[in-house]
Design a protein around this ligand. Sequence first.
Ligand code: FES
Ligand SMILES: [Fe+2]
Length: 330
Amino acid sequence: MSDRRGNPLRRLRRPAWAEQRPTWKDAKPALINAALERARARPAGGWFVLAGSREVRDGAAFGRVVAGRELVVWRDADGAVHAGPGACPHLGAALCDAPVHDGQLVCRWHGLSLGPGGRPGWRTLPAHDDGVLVWVRLDEHASGAPTDVPVLGPRPPAERSLAAVATVVGRCEPDDVIANRLDPWHGAWLHPYSFAALEVLSAPTVTCTNAEDRFLVEVTFTLGGKLGVPVHAEFSCPDERTITMEIVDGEGTGTVVETHATPMRPGSDGRPRTAVIEAVVAHSDRPGFVHSRRVAAALRPLMALTARRLWRDDIAYAERRYELRSRSAR
Ligand code: FES
Ligand SMILES: [Fe+2]
């Protein structure tokens, strides 16, 4: 791995795409499915990621359908996040574009004010802002007992990190999104523009314990085709709808990419929709990194953009998986 103060870039030496070592023998369906089953058995305490923290701005509501329910979130005067049904209890106006005045949502149709205390026919829901993501708790969908706060995986310290959140919607179920990420072997084949020299150093066995339930991957993130940054990354699932990648060695050790799969509701084609809400929390021990927080506003869209092509291919993988599953269920 690189010396943390030296140049992290390495010249890429890699075979042509078709000459890479095929990984299909290692990517055993039974192993991936067993990892998915174990993730599914890890309760999220009823919490669902609804949005990135920055998407919920002062003075404006933010709406999203979560697990079939139209919801709205907003911030009060102290910046605390609140959540409630996304339809006004009077005549049903959508509240996702309601302005916020004095900590209350104000319905655009007839001016009804809706606050954190709720009102008859409009009950608010537990909400949580972890500084990167906004979560909402839906007790009717809790697979175990509801918990006070969401289950969080590893995160670097907030004062030395830089977060960006991006969302895409796939025509599939949350399982398909998680299963795609539980197959690290596709990395250098499906995403040669981003990854090279990918080796899965260890994978959980079908019957592993919780402590052993992680993939350790050696991979080089490529930059412009000729250069790359080699790292070791660990993948694990803190809850049933989340997979986390943590850089455990190399440049940016401590950086985390959290992929959250939030079920929405079927589209007009009858297929399910899942919001893939991905948070990149970049971290570095390099002196000076903290100053790059000053250029955070410029970096954020860039961090989201580099993920876009990856996402297109990963969503296509997840949608294909859903299609095959629904075909065989018919
Ligand atoms: S629909 Fe909201 S106040 Fe009438
Ligand atoms: Fe991928």
